[in-house]
Design a protein around this ligand. Structure first.
Ligand SMILES: Cc1cc2nc3c(=O)[nH]c(=O)nc-3n(C[C@H](O)[C@H](O)[C@H](O)COP(=O)(O)OP(=O)(O)OC[C@H]3O[C@@H](n4cnc5c(N)ncnc54)[C@H](O)[C@@H]3O)c2cc1C
Length: 413
């Protein structure tokens, strides 16, 4: 099969998009890999390796390998900070986009970190991977205050290298594609509306926040005062398996991810007392069973989902739940509570599906391109967590399967 002269656009540069771009380029296609944020790697690149004495097959290292391989391939052109605006209805597709030039000049930035210290919004400035695969500091337009009311320029004013230019403009561009692969991934559930105090109590954090804390400090430090957290609670299924929220599905990755994280924390902090509140433990995959057996002996597993979290006068967190053993309401105190947030459809699925003239699945995830109920427009393919919650290994397989379908389609057309 020969697709040497074909041009393919891959929308979304998480582990799925990176895998697909690299594999398509390996088949000889010219690939435009379009990523809306300044960073490559999506969610998977933000995860910690959970190995303690041996590999626990969490998959976190896969994203970095895929990133390096895709960005080094001469047939892959990477567009970061790029938003698709229109896609013409006929093949080859004409795609128009807007590309935002980076707000931090990578040549001038020396990585001193002063911008991180001065920024008043947590997560608005972050470190990630640039189009060439190397480390990179970038500002997220969706979180930065400058892009809400132009009132805050603290990082720009403080940067000793003058590397930050908040007023840089977007430019329009066009590209052509014989086929398009949509790999827009998922959105983590935002638990601000739950009665757990997220956004109010600094020591109530999400699982993604916990990944970031563990990268920054090795041990789990409390955001409120920087002290190592001795008593840590994980609450599972926050925003998943919740019909009232309209998210009845299991997000699949959370049990494995939280319990591996608990084990990593205990390996670094022997005195850490960890409690996991859960509905039931989903041990998908043959690799997780032995890991789970070794973990559960050292963790208090409580089969209950807490109703409320309160903050005490001494800045502890009081978790209130219905104890299944005593059949009574119970309270336990913790230093930090990690909410294992569910995987929801990517925010852009709806708008993108409309641009493509396609209907998303009723859940909001994109249908698989082979779906009979939601047939895709010709030449449009999907892969990865854009189609539903999945692990990194499953995302890689899904990318490879979709690439195979694309190659067959492009060879035949
Ligand atoms: C807290 C947490 C812990 C996890 N732990 C594990 C684990 O231990 N093991 C495991 O196997 N999995 C784990 N996962 C799941 C893992 O993150 C996913 O399997 C993986 O990220 C899916 O990759 P993806 O590329 O499909 O989606 P994503 O990682 O979501 O990447 C999608 C990319 O598309 C981009 N994008 C979205 N819309 C557009 C658009 N319109 N235009 C251009 N770009 C766009 C996004 O910015 C993003 O870069 C975890 C997830 C979470 C939240």
């Amino acid at each position: 099969m020969n697709i040497d002269r074909k041009h393919v656009a891959v929308i979304g540069a998480g582990v799925t998009g990176l895998t697909a771009a690299d594999t398509l380029a390996g088949w000889g296609a010219r690939v435009s890999l379009v990523e809306k944020t300044p960073f490559l790697g999506g969610h998977a690149i933000q995860l910690n390796c959970k190995a303690t004495d041996a590999c626990v097959k969490c998959g976190a290292c896969v994203a970095e390998d895929k990133l390096l391989s895709a960005t080094r391939h001469p047939h892959v052109d990477v567009y970061t900070g790029t938003q698709i605006e229109t896609i013409s209805g006929q093949r080859p597709y004409q795609i128009t986009y807007r590309i935002h030039s980076p707000l931090v000049n990578a040549d001038q930035c020396d990585g001193c970190g002063i911008c991180f210290e001065t920024c008043p919004v947590s997560g608005a400035i972050s470190q990630g991977h640039a189009p060439h695969g190397g480390p990179y500091v970038a500002i997220r337009r969706d979180l930065c205050r400058y892009f809400q009311d132009a009132a805050c320029t603290e990082c720009q004013d403080a940067c000793p290298q003058g590397a930050i230019g908040l007023s840089s403009q977007a430019q329009a561009g066009t590209m052509q594609a014989d086929a398009i692969l949509v790999t827009t991934g998922f959105t983590p559930y935002d638990p601000s509306d739950k009665s757990y105090g997220y956004g109010q109590f600094l020591n109530v954090i999400t699982s993604l926040d916990a990944e970031r804390l563990l990268r920054e400090h090795t041990v789990m430090k409390r955001p409120s005062d920087g002290r190592p957290a001795g008593r840590i609670a994980f609450i599972q299924c926050v925003g998943s398996r919740d019909a009232r929220l309209g998210h009845p599905w299991c997000s699949k990755i959370c049990c494995g991810s939280s319990l591996r994280m608990a084990r990593l924390i205990q390996s670094r902090q022997e005195d850490a007392q960890i409690t996991c509140f859960y509905i039931d433990v989903q041990t998908f995959g043959k690799d997780f069973q032995p890991v789970y057996r070794s973990i559960r002996d050292n963790i208090a597993m409580v089969r209950a989902i807490p109703g409320d979290i309160l903050r005490t006068a001494t800045d502890e967190l009081e978790v209130i739940y219905f104890d299944p053993q005593s059949h009574a309401s119970k309270e336990s105190l913790f230093d930090i509570v990690v909410l294992s947030v569910g995987l929801l459809p990517a925010e852009d699925n709806g708008p993108l599906a409309r641009i493509l003239g396609w209907a998303p699945h009723e859940s909001g995830f994109l249908p698989h391109h082979g779906s009979e109920r939601h047939p895709a427009p010709e030449g449009i393919f999907t892969a990865g967590a854009a189609t539903g919650p999945m692990t990194i290994a499953e995302s890689v397989s899904s990318a490879e399967e979709s690439v195979y379908d694309m190659v067959r389609f492009l060879t035949a057309s």
